[in-house]
Write a protein that binds this ligand. Structure first.
Ligand code: SF4
Length: 504
């Protein structure tokens, strides 16, 4: 199959850089549903711009290109061994070309393999079928939304919502709860795949498999079709909104399947995918490996643009922040303010935070800004540059953040999804602020990275290293301020009350 490698490389590159038409349509509807001049509307505008920019520059839509998940159908006579080998080679090459971020980490040593390969990476599922051609479908689902997957064992007690019984009403409560618990941490508005029944392991697989359905299809089972429609309606009334900023657009898709279960078990498994819902597929000629058709998209049809204008939509009320930040500048910021950051900032994720707890920083960080980001970094000659640099989920750093801020004199944290009570308290004491960048807006934010000035702890791997970058007009929203206010706490509580009311 002389064209197999090229076909698979094209599939990976296209999946990472170009959202399928059904997701674009759903995001367009989300944008129309949101009230203009709200933070959620602005977030959706930034997302729309990012989708266009990623396609224009053939760069990853989001820097977290996730765990590659392949679903392959083959005719009986085709060698699955050869296909797996070609998938592995194509994944490594796509990583080298910056279409995928090196994301495969040894779970025992913590070492990043650097090429997205390793035990059980990528994930490849094979099934035989009666057709003559090969079908390869790919889902790239990042860690932020993967961490918001959830499984319920019915009957169960849901936070503040009471008991979910082994009934369709109980199932529905669990599914709505899954959207609520994700808030902005899975980069809402998201889409969910749901499996009712099966066992724990296969339930999650079936839930993920539902994400291979198009967002605009109709479930052939009328009971499940009705449930999907009800969830779409009600989930979009609880007020989570884009990025958890509050608003009407919380969910862009709900796809449900049901499987038989053991009498003793009743699982509801939910796979939460973010707005950066990267899913494509190809049909391949079984003898040459050449692409005969694309699944989910028509390459003859022009890709529709998402944004009404070019660049980040600004109002003129944005506040310019230039680190190092003074106490007065930090105290002046209030939840809801939009800021544009220009100057030197430092990336830091899990490994950097754990390291900084025990070791002196490589540079003076007083008054500085740390950015929860695992960028895609590439080299042009000896110079590093970034083609995707969006925020990662901040809550993972909650055990460290307050101490790291106090120890090093940091004045601001950029991330997404918000942080908890200890960080909020540290913001009051220091003072400090939490700045919310738009999750997944990786191409757009990469454009604001003027220069990569250096890197520390590269041995942690590209995403986990501490990159020193100079940014210009990096957009973010203040969602936790030095006065004890947290937009995340407010929206979480408001949406909880709304969900409770809906389920009453
Ligand atoms: S859009 Fe958000 S949740 Fe999705 S992969 Fe990117 S950072 Fe993760």
């Amino acid at each position: 199959m002389e064209f197999l490698f090229d076909s698979l490389l094209a599939l990976i590159s296209e999946t990472s850089t170009n959202l399928p038409p059904d997701v674009r349509a759903a995001m367009g509807a989300a944008l129309s549903a949101e009230k203009p001049r709200t933070q959620s509307h602005q977030a959706l505008n930034v997302i729309a711009t990012n989708i266009d920019m990623a396609h224009d520059s053939q760069a990853p839509i989001c820097q977290d290109t996730g765990m590659p998940f392949f679903l392959v159908h083959t005719p009986p006579a085709v060698s699955q061994v050869a296909i797996k080998r070609a998938i592995i080679d194509a994944v490594a090459e796509a990583t080298r070309r910056g279409k995928l971020r090196p994301n495969s980490v040894d779970s025992i040593t913590g070492k990043n393999s650097g090429n997205n390969l390793g035990p059980e990476t990528p994930i490849v599922h094979f099934e035989q079928w009666g057709e003559d051609s090969i079908e390869v479908k790919l889902l790239l689902k990042g860690g932020g939304c993967e961490n918001k997957n959830i499984q319920y064992s019915l009957p169960c007690e849901l936070d503040h919502l009471g008991r979910a019984d082994r009934t369709l009403a109980g199932v529905k409560s669990c599914i709505l709860h899954s959207v609520w618990q994700a808030q902005g941490q899975g980069c809402a508005p998201g889409a969910i795949g749901v499996a009712i029944g099966s066992d724990r392991g296969h339930g999650y697989f079936l839930a993920k498999q539902q994400l291979f359905r198009t967002l605009d299809d109709t479930n052939p089972d009328p009971v499940l079709a009705k449930l999907e429609a009800e969830i779409m309606d009600e989930a979009n009334r609880i007020g989570v909104g884009a990025m958890g900023f509050g608003g009407n657009a919380s969910l862009i898709g709900c796809k449900i399947t049901a499987a038989n279960r053991l009498p003793a078990s009743f699982f509801v498994s939910v796979a939460y995918d973010c707005w950066a819902f990267r899913r494509l597929g190809v049909r391949l000629d079984a003898s040459s490996g050449a692409i005969t058709n694309w699944v989910y998209r028509d390459p003859e049809r022009a890709v529709e643009r998402m944004a009404a204008s070019v660049g980040v939509p600004l109002t003129g009320r944005e506040i310019v922040l230039t680190p190092p930040l003074s106490e007065a500048a930090v105290r002046a910021l209030k939840v809801g303010d939009v800021v544009l950051i220009s100057g030197e900032i430092y990336t830091g994720r899990d490994n950097v935070h754990a390291h900084l707890m025990k070791n002196p920083p490589p540079v003076d960080l007083t008054g500085g800004i740390i950015y929860h980001c695992g960028p895609v970094m590439l080299k042009r000659g000896e110079e590093w540059f970034s083609n995707a640099a969006g925020p990662t989920t901040s809550i993972r750093e909650e055990p460290y953040q307050a101490d790291v801020m106090k120890l090093l004199g940091l004045k601001a944290v950029i991330g997404k999804g918000g942080m908890g009570a200890r960080t909020l308290q540290a913001c009051r004491e220091l003072p400090g602020v939490y700045l919310h960048a738009i999750g997944g807006a990786a191409s757009l934010i990469a454009k604001s990275v003027e220069e990569v000035l250096g890197v520390y702890k590269l041995e942690f791997g590209v995403p986990e290293a501490m990159w020193v970058i100079r940014v210009r007009d990096f957009p973010a929203v203040v969602t936790m301020d030095a006065h004890g206010n947290s937009l995340h706490d407010t929206i979480r509580e408001q949406s909880r009350v709304e969900l409770e009311r809906l389920l009453a």
